[in-house]
Write a protein that binds this ligand. Structure first.
Ligand code: ZN
Length: 395
C-alpha cells in the first residue's frame, strides 16, 4: 500500500484537495482519497511531494508511425505544403519507422501518458502497442477520393482491424482521415462497418483555412495541391457546406466522434455541433497547429458551448514533443485565464471518456487505476502552468 500527498491533489472528478492524501493498493488502484481538513491525523510512511498530483494523461491523437519525421519538416509551411512534404518523406525503411515509433512510446511514458488514441495507416506500430504501460486505441485510418475504390479501401482497413483483434488484442476502430481526403462513398462504407461495430471514430477537421475554401467555394491551395497528387480531384465537387457538417452528415448519428484540430472551425459550426448527442469531443493539438499553421483554435468560443475538449500531441512530424503536459502549457500560455483544473480535466478524464476507458482511468476515484503524475514547477500561488512546469510519473 502507498500513501501519497502533495500541495494539491486533483482528483478531476471532484474539486482539488489541498494537502490531500491518496491511498493506493499495491496494484496502483485507488483505495481512498483523504481530505486532511476533515480527516486530520498522522499517517505512517506518507510520501510527500512538492507540486500537484494528477491522474495519468490521455493523449487522444497521435501518429506513432510518423515519429521518424521528427524535425524533417520546417515549421509554418501551412497545411497544403505540409501534406506534400509528408507524402514525399513517408517512404522510409520499416525498421527506421519502427525504431522511431518505439522511442515515441517511451517518450509518452516518460511524460506520464497512460493511454493514447493512435492513428495507423500500416501495421508497423501494432506490436509496440501491446504489453506496455500505455493503453492504446488504434484508429485505423482510411482515405481515398475515388468512389470506385471505396469498398476496397475499407476492406483493407478491416483487414488491419482483424489483425489487431486476433493478434494484438487492443481496442481499435475504423476512421476516415479528413473531409478533403475521403469520398462520400468511402464514408458510406465506413458507416456500414461502424453501424455493426460501434466504437469511437476520429477525423482531422478544419486544420487550415484552405479546407473551408475548398468545401464552400470549390477552390484554393488545398484543392490545387490535392489535384497535383490525384488528377481525379479535378472532378471533385464542393458540397457547398462546411466540411465539418459534411463529415458528420455522412457518418452514423449515434457514435462518439473525436474531431481533431478544429484550428479554423467557425463559431456557427461550433454552436451547431455542440448540440449533437452523443457529444463530439473537440481534440486540440495546439503544438501541431502552431508548428504547421502558426495558429491556435478559437477556444474561447468553444468554451461558450462545451467542455468536451480532449488533448492530442499529434505526431513528431508536426510537434517537438509527445507530451500532453506540454500541450496544456501551450494552452495556458495563450489562454492564461483557463483554470488549471479545467486543463487537467481535458488532458485526463475527458480523454478517457472519449476513448471509452473512463471506468478504469482518468480520475482518482475508488477502484480506478489511473496512474499518478507529479506535476511540479508550476506557479502554485496563482495556480498556473508555466514554461518551467514538468511532469514525473510516480506510479
Ligand atoms: Zn493527425
Amino acid at each position: 500500500m502507498r500513501k501519497i500527498s502533495a500541495n494539491y491533489i486533483f482528483p478531476v472528478s471532484s474539486s482539488p484537495i489541498k494537502n490531500g492524501i491518496l491511498i493506493l493498493d499495491n496494484d496502483g488502484k485507488v483505495k481512498d482519497l483523504i481530505d486532511p481538513g476533515k480527516d486530520a491525523g498522522e499517517l505512517e510512511n506518507l510520501e510527500v511531494y512538492n507540486g500537484i498530483l494528477v491522474p495519468g494523461f490521455v493523449n487522444t491523437h497521435t501518429h506513432l508511425e510518423l515519429s521518424h519525421l521528427k524535425g524533417k519538416i520546417p515549421t509554418g509551411t501551412g497545411l497544403p505544403r505540409f501534406i506534400h512534404e509528408i507524402s514525399r518523406l513517408r517512404e522510409n525503411e520499416k525498421i527506421t519507422i519502427r525504431d522511431a515509433a518505439a522511442q515515441g512510446v517511451k517518450e509518452m511514458e516518460r511524460n506520464g501518458i497512460v493511454a493514447a488514441g493512435d492513428i495507423s495507416n500500416t501495421d508497423i506500430s501494432f506490436p509496440l502497442k501491446v504489453n506496455g504501460k500505455i493503453r492504446f486505441h488504434t484508429f485505423v485510418e482510411v482515405f481515398g477520393l475515388k468512389p470506385k475504390e471505396a469498398k476496397e479501401k475499407v476492406r483493407e482497413g478491416i483487414t488491419f482491424l482483424n489483425l489487431i483483434k486476433e493478434k494484438f488484442y487492443h481496442p481499435a476502430s475504423l476512421s476516415p482521415h479528413a473531409p478533403y481526403s475521403v469520398s462520400r462513398e468511402l464514408l458510406a462504407e465506413i458507416s456500414k462497418y461502424i453501424n455493426t461495430n460501434p466504437a469511437p471514430v476520429t477525423f482531422h477537421n478544419q486544420e487550415c483555412m484552405e479546407e473551408l475554401e475548398m468545401f464552400s467555394y470549390n477552390k484554393g491551395k488545398l484543392k490545387s495541391t490535392l489535384e497535383k497528387t490525384d488528377p481525379d480531384m479535378t472532378k471533385w465537387e464542393s458540397p457547398g457546406i462546411s466540411s465539418l457538417f459534411w463529415m458528420l452528415g455522412n457518418l452514423p448519428e449515434k457514435i462518439k466522434i473525436l474531431s481533431v484540430h478544429n484550428t479554423y472551425t467557425p463559431a456557427k459550426d461550433i454552436e451547431t455541433v455542440c448540440k449533437r448527442e452523443p457529444p463530439v469531443y473537440w481534440t486540440l493539438c495546439p503544438g501541431a497547429n502552431l508548428y504547421i499553421e502558426k495558429r491556435i483554435p478559437d477556444i474561447n468560443t468553444l468554451l461558450l458551448y462545451t467542455n468536451n475538449i480532449t488533448i492530442g500531441t499529434d505526431s513528431l512530424a508536426s510537434n517537438h514533443t509527445l507530451s500532453v503536459l506540454d500541450e496544456l502549457i501551450t494552452l495556458q500560455k495563450h489562454f492564461p485565464e483557463i483554470p488549471v483544473e479545467k486543463l487537467i480535466n481535458w488532458g485526463t478524464l475527458n480523454g478517457a471518456k472519449a476513448l471509452n476507458i473512463d471506468k478504469e482511468i482518468g480520475s482518482f476515484e475508488t477502484g480506478k487505476k489511473p496512474g499518478i503524475n507529479l506535476v511540479y514547477g508550476l506557479d502554485l500561488q496563482n495556480m498556473k502552468l508555466t514554461k518551467e512546469t514538468k511532469v514525473k510519473p510516480i506510479m
